[in-house]
Design a binder for this molecule. Sequence first.
Ligand SMILES: C[S@@+](CC[C@H](N)C(=O)[O-])C[C@H]1O[C@@H](n2cnc3c(N)ncnc32)[C@H](O)[C@@H]1O
Length: 255
Amino acid sequence: MNEEKPKYGWYVKNLILTFILVGLFGLTAFIIGLILLGMLGVILSIIGIALMVLFLWPGIGLATMNIILGKDDSEVRGMDILTKIQSPRVLDIGCGTGRTAIKIAKSLPKGGQLNGIDIYNVNAISGNSLATVNRNAELEGVSDKSTFQFGSATEIPFEDNEFHIVNLSSVLHEVHDYEDKERAMKEIHRVLKPKGILFVGEWNRYSWQLILYSGICCIVFKRKKFWDDLIRKQGFTILNYENLVGYGLFTAQKK
Ligand SMILES: C[S@@+](CC[C@H](N)C(=O)[O-])C[C@H]1O[C@@H](n2cnc3c(N)ncnc32)[C@H](O)[C@@H]1O
């Protein structure tokens, strides 16, 4: 009998596949160019190199980023703080398929509760959905201590001072306008209890690891200082920063 497994998936699977296929087409053009020689050969080789730099490299990079996020438990390492709080309330914003949220739910002590929100944009390439996260929570045995619903970082559907901890894993770069990022930070500040803890995981544009595996794709992301400033500006103190192969993990505290 086939046992059903949770689907955390690669949220940009189709994009990754498209990039890699176009990149492989470039590799083929490059090889044919080398064989043909002459002007046509040079043109084909240049097109091939361009397609490899623009598509194959970032395609492999995106795949690597998904593997890093999928395999590593570092994001929940700081969560040992949970055991020191009585009946902790945790909010995971942009929970997607629950990849991080469910790990957090598993590490909750008795009486703890995790809420996850996501905009679940039906047009997004990720394919994340409320049905998937709910099923994953069921399969992982954490349905009783986790609740998932629609909700945006810029308008969090909870009361002031409700949560001990707020987590955002690889979400803020998807909140495109700077004003919306600020709005999101204000909202997080509002729903956190005094001295509440914020965990933010974001890709660091200038980390050599990200440049190495995502090439030109790294310009989509912001530098570490950008996130640092954004977090501090909204009334948080940064307690810790850890670089996990190009993925920065901030721990901050509401003042
Ligand atoms: C790269 S995925 C990360 C998902 C999950 N946090 C994880 O670590 O697997 C980014 C998620 O952020 C969600 N998202 C983007 N903008 C959002 C917003 N304004 N409010 C809430 N979620 C948002 C997307 O729908 C997507 O599910």
